[in-house]
Every structure is written in C-alpha cells, then in structure tokens.
Design a binder for this molecule. Structure first.
Ligand SMILES: CC(C)(COP(=O)(O)OP(=O)(O)OC[C@H]1O[C@@H](n2cnc3c(N)ncnc32)[C@H](O)[C@@H]1OP(=O)(O)O)[C@@H](O)C(=O)NCCC(=O)NCCS
Length: 164
C-alpha cells in the first residue's frame, strides 16, 4: 500500500464507496442499518451535504474506506457531531480507520462542532471500541441488549463521546 490520504468525497466516488458500505451493511454486525438497504437509500444516508461531511481514504486513486459526519441531533443538539466509519475488508488493520477518524475529528472541529458522539457502538466490535478509546472517546453509557447480532444474539450498544 502506498501513502494513504484522506480527502472530501465527491459524487464521482460513490461507485467505489458503495461496495465497502454494502459489505458492512449486509453483514449486519456493526451498524443498526437494515441489512437490505438499497444502493439509493444507502447513498442518501452516506453522501452528506453541509453541515455534514463525507470523507474518503484513498491510496493512489483507490478508495479504501469512507467516513461520514453529521449533526447528531437537530436544533439545540446540533453542535455535537455524529460519525460513521467503514473500511473495505482488504484494507483493514493497516491504519486506515484511525486516519479517517483523525481527519473526521479535525474536520468536525473546523466546522464548529464541539464534540463527537457515537450512538451505537456494538460491544462485540472490539476493534472499533479499542480504536475509538485510543482516539480519546469514552464510553458514557451502555444500553443493555440493544443490538440483535446475527450470530451472537442480543448484545449491548455503547454510546461513546469525546469533546473536540
Ligand atoms: C472499525 C474499522 C473502521 C477500523 O478500521 P481499520 O482500518 O481496520 O482500523 P485500523 O487499521 O486503523 O486499526 C485500528 C487498530 O485496531 C487494530 N486492528 C484492526 N483490525 C484488527 C483486527 N482484525 N484484529 C485485531 N486488531 C485489529 C489495529 O492493529 C490498530 O491498532 P493500533 O492502532 O493500536 O495499531 C473497520 O474495521 C471497519 O470498517 N469495520 C466494519 C464497520 C465498523 O465496524 N465500523 C465502526 C462501527 S462503530
């Protein structure tokens, strides 16, 4: 792998982002999205316009992963960002997720968000929980058995938060 860089996503990136999103959504192990979302539904959720942000991590011109940042709530809760991250299976474990999250934190801070919150980190997703903790997130709450994992059954969801 050459040098990985993170930049804003454009509409032209969607065909390369979709296979990464699709594999994660279909697996149903790490997000609360319905596993049968269509490409059109997924695109509407993932490709953000301001104040939301969509990023891609690229190696040469190949998209390795993507991140999306949105206001976590409307109105009085809109100063807290929410974010989602997906890295293609072949590119995992090589620092792409960490790079994407660092960029998302920087961009969210520049956009004026005061904190970032993840609403539903599946407890069995131990790589993600450890990665987010190492990037300054704390588990501020755990909702018991809030996620129906396809093979592990009902498992907990963590709410993770950090100030920006
Ligand atoms: C979670 C996810 C975004 C992490 O992306 P990634 O590119 O694999 O993460 P990184 O390579 O930056 O790895 C982060 C750390 O986890 C470790 N790690 C990554 N994959 C691992 C694995 N399969 N087993 C053990 N450790 C692993 C890395 O060694 C690294 O640790 P270090 O920084 O202390 O060296 C990615 O696995 C993914 O897309 N998963 C499916 C979707 C998902 O779970 N999204 C997050 C929902 S909260």
């Amino acid at each position: 792998m050459n040098e990985v860089t993170v930049r804003s996503a454009t509409d032209a990136d969607w065909p390369a982002i979709w296979p990464i999103v699709e594999v994660v959504v279909r697996a149903g192990e790490t997000y609360t999205y319905p596993r049968d979302l269509t490409q059109t539904q997924r695109r509407a959720i993932w490709m953000q316009t301001a104040p939301g942000i969509t990023l891609v991590a690229v190696d040469d011109d190949q998209v390795l992963g993507s991140a999306r940042v949105t206001p976590n709530q409307m109105g009085g809760g809109s100063h807290v960002a929410n974010a989602s991250f997906m890295v293609g299976p072949a590119a995992r474990g090589r620092g792409v997720g960490r790079l994407l999250c660092e960029a998302a934190l920087d961009q969210a801070r520049s956009a004026g968000f005061r904190a970032m919150q993840f609403n539903a980190v599946v407890e069995t997703n131990t790589v993600a929980v450890a990665l987010w903790k190492s990037l300054g997130f704390d588990i501020v709450g755990t909702v018991p058995e809030a996620f129906d994992h396809p093979t592990k059954g009902f498992v907990d969801l963590h709410i993770m938060h950090r100030r920006l």
